[in-house]
Design a protein around this ligand. Sequence first.
Ligand code: PMP
Length: 416
Amino acid sequence: MTENRPAKPQTGRHNLDPHLDRYAARTAGMTASEIRALFAVASRPEVVSLAGGMPNLAALPLDTLSAQVGEIIAEEGLVALQYGSAHGVPALRDQICEIMALEGIKAHPDDVVVTVGSQMGLDMVTRLFCDPGDVVIAEGPSYVGALGSFSAYQANVVHVAMDEHGLVPEGLREALRQAEKAGQRVKFLYTIPNFHNPAGVTLSVERRPEIVEICREHGVLIIEDNPYGLLGFDGQAYPALRSLDPDNVVYLGSFSKTFASGLRVGWVLAPHAVREKLVLAAESATLCPPTFNQMIVSRYLATHDWKGQIKKFRENYRERRDAMLSALQQYLPPGCSWTNPDGGFYVWVTVPEGVDTKAMLPRAVTARVAYASGTGFYADGFGSRQMRLSYCYPTPERIREGVRRLAAVLESEMDL
Ligand code: PMP
């Protein structure tokens, strides 16, 4: 019983957890994401949440899906409800290759490993490649879930700046030079080339070969995380980094944004040798991804006009993006700037000097609007003048109202 244990002095950590001295050292890097902490308040109906990144699933054909789920159980129930291989359902891996072909990727289905969402892919690649203290290069800002995985495996993140054309090649070169000078081991570049979360920018076609070349020159692997690639508002897919250098890029994909996030089906496409290790890592994590869910995705892809469905999603998101950008233009006070996303879910806003978006958040929630403050998207405490606004989920009217409320909070903050 813990009550009889003498109290141990805690340095900077609260002492409410009786298991504190049992945890492995790496748990120190596991902290609740600011965004998760926000969910409870932001989901109150009176609050317009521009905080979360939940896909808007309203356009899904639920009746068709319901019938298909029934068919799977009736026709293949004993397979669907059974364990499967850690590699994933073969038919689905074939279909995933067809999807990736839209981005110029030529892949063999054997090199695809199905995962429980691409978040699991992120966890697995970090587990495979990162020892404590290794350096991971990531855009600044970067996806909060990826930063969580890097921190859980005690990797050190070095951020490289982006501009409106995405990751800045000279910044990447400089970060690699600095790391080499300091004798650090850079394990990979983690990048979200398309419709970045949270920055809302896309790596230009011109920069892509340069980024690939720099990484190759420095012997650094690329982890290309691409859950939004098919959600470009003009319907054009960008060439994947993987298509430019198949041997040096591990590609992460997902059905969360193009079909159904709750099914938790994603994938990793890896060079052959890495794929072998990934299957072993997947086995030890989950034995296999859920067979039933993979079969739902596979049947949906085989029988439904999934490209037409993605077009519907895109149109939905484009309407919301337009509402967000025009509301920002109309309401935000002078001195604010923001990115102009051509796809995906997010706008990245920079507010005037003197405003701290993290400190302002409780006041925004009181004013019934929520956003994700910028610091959560950096591993180094930067981002206090930034915030991420998501336009994916609320209606255009709610988005306008949310931005109007946010602008009022910002104005009173600037008067302080
Ligand atoms: N990468 C990025 C950039 C994301 O935005 C997300 C989800 N928000 C993920 C990975 C994880 O997606 P999932 O696990 O649902 O496939």
